[in-house]
Structure formats: structure tokens, C-alpha cells
Write a protein that binds this ligand. Structure first.
Ligand code: ZN
Length: 285
């Protein structure tokens, strides 16, 4: 396990759709805690006006779920201020901590470390996920059906607005507020790229798939305790692009590794797909 070798061997590309199974609220402005405010808005692309899922939101949520799933020690990234809670995640501070298990910490290897010092190149890039033209809704018979946005009615372009009563725990007063959310059935185009350098990246890549799976049994965005933000990955494709592919795409085409309707299906074939990445076996190319 060459500690200092940082020669890129290639990239694993995961593409697919992220589907909202319940309403999704990824806020544009801060934490938006104002009661009765209209600033519970959904983040939108400034050019197209369409909601999107920032890659940083997706990556941050997966990281936080993995921190707990892998039992990693937490550190305070942001101190608490007023009624905004502290942000606590895991990252390895030193080289010794990073390699304390005999192998590099798969979480920090995939997701990077907070702070100034990069221990190694960060493996995972998560692109912003743009809204797809079709939604998937259930028809009268409960069967999934595709519809275009132009065929459905929404309160605002691409979103619905719900009135909700927020109860003030001190005064027990109910303060109605408006929540904007992307409706269930919306689909976003997902792309994740994972750079492979050496054999230890096998475990780091497996960690990314685990993070995707954990996200499906948690929530994305705000108001998860109200049932918002349940999401699922769908129609996944995993491809391997050896470094030679970038120089000579015809001579070295991308290698399809697997297709799966769900993350679970991809994870079930992990050994099979990993065996097709030479760098995971410590080989070049
Ligand atoms: Zn770590």
C-alpha cells in the first residue's frame, strides 16, 4: 500500500436519478427558522428558475450518516450560535489518526477532511443534481407513471406550498407558516465521480455506496421529522473510465460495470464490479 503514491488510475462514474418519494425542501436562504416567514424557499437555479439539489447537500448528508454508521469520533466543525445547533462531523486530523486502522480511513479518503490540511486527494465529487423533465407519480391504480412538469399543476413553478402550524414550545402558540417544497415524484439527474489511485480505494468506494443506501432510509433537506425529504436513487449506471480513456477515448472506451434499478442492486454486485477495476487489485490501468 504505497502511502505516497498519488497517481490517478481512473474514475468510477455513477449516474442515475434521485427521486423524491415525499416532498423535498432544500432551503435557499440559511436555515430559514423564522416563524410565519415566507423565506422557507426552495433553492433554485438562477438561470432556469428550476429547483436543484446541490452536490454539497448530497455529499454532506451522506457523510454525516456514514459518520454515525461507522462509529467514527465526532468533532465540532461549527460552534453553536444562539439557537443554531453545533455542526459535528468526523474527520481525521493527523496522518496517524488517518491511518490508525492500518488502512486509510475510508470516510475521509472518500469525502475529504475539514480544515486546511488535505491528507490526500479527495476521491468523491458529487455534482449538483438538476431537475429532470419528467416526474414519476402514481396513477389511479397505484402504478408508477411518468408525467411532464407541463402536465401537472403546482402552486409555484415546480413546487407546492403547504401551510403548517409550528408550535412554539414555550407559549404553546401555533404559528402558521408557509413551506415551499418540491413535490413527491420529482426526479433529479445525479452524477458522482470517484477517483481511484490505489487498492485502498476499494473500501472508500464501497463506503460511498453505503452512504447512498443510508440516505434512502433517512431524509434529505429540511423537515425530515415531518416526513419530508424521503429520496431514492433509481436507474443507476456505474462505469469505469481508466486514465487512458481521457487521452484516447476510442482506444480505451469507458467500461460499463453494472446497471441497477436501485443502490441495493449495485451493492449486491459489488465484488463483481470491483473485480473489473485493476487498480483495486493493485494493478495499473
Ligand atoms: Zn477519518
Amino acid at each position: 500500500m504505497s502511502g505516497n503514491s498519488v497517481q490517478l488510475q481512473g474514475k468510477i462514474v455513477i449516474t442515475g436519478a434521485l427521486q423524491a418519494l415525499t416532498g423535498l425542501r432544500i432551503g435557499g436562504a440559511g436555515a430559514g427558522m423564522e416563524i410565519g416567514g415566507l423565506d422557507n424557499v426552495v433553492i433554485r437555479d438562477p438561470v432556469t428558475g428550476r429547483p436543484y439539489v446541490p452536490g454539497s447537500s448530497l455529499k454532506g448528508k451522506m457523510r454525516s450518516l456514514l459518520t454515525r454508521a461507522l462509529g467514527k469520533p465526532l468533532k465540532t466543525l461549527v460552534e453553536p450560535r444562539g439557537n443554531i445547533p453545533a455542526i459535528r462531523i468526523h474527520w481525521c486530523e493527523t496522518e496517524a489518526e488517518y491511518r490508525s486502522g492500518g488502512r486509510p480511513c475510508p470516510l475521509c479518503r472518500a469525502f475529504g477532511v475539514a480544515g486546511q490540511r488535505a491528507l490526500e486527494p479527495v476521491r468523491l465529487i458529487v455534482r449538483d443534481a438538476r431537475l429532470l423533465e419528467e416526474l414519476e407519480i402514481l396513477d389511479e391504480n397505484g402504478q408508477p407513471a411518468r408525467k411532464r412538469w407541463s402536465e401537472v399543476n403546482t402552486d409555484l413553478p415546480y413546487t407546492e406550498v403547504k401551510w403548517e402550524a409550528a408550535i412554539d414550545v414555550l407559549t404553546a402558540a401555533a404559528n402558521p407558516r408557509q413551506m415551499e417544497r418540491v413535490p413527491a415524484g420529482a426526479r433529479f439527474e445525479v452524477e458522482m465521480l470517484f477517483s481511484v489511485y490505489d487498492a485502498d480505494d476499494r473500501e472508500a468506494f464501497r463506503t460511498v455506496l453505503l452512504g447512498m443506501r443510508l440516505l434512502e432510509d433517512d431524509y434529505l433537506g429540511g423537515s425530515g421529522s415531518r416526513g419530508y425529504g424521503r429520496v431514492a436513487f433509481r436507474d443507476l449506471q456505474v462505469r469505469w473510465k481508466p486514465v487512458a480513456h481521457y487521452l484516447d477515448p476510442q482506444g480505451h472506451p469507458a467500461v460499463p460495470l453494472t446497471e441497477g434499478r436501485t443502490v441495493e442492486e449495485v451493492i449486491a454486485r459489488f465484488d463483481e464490479l470491483a473485480a473489473r477495476i485493476p487498480a483495486f487489485e493493485g494493478k495499473q490501468g
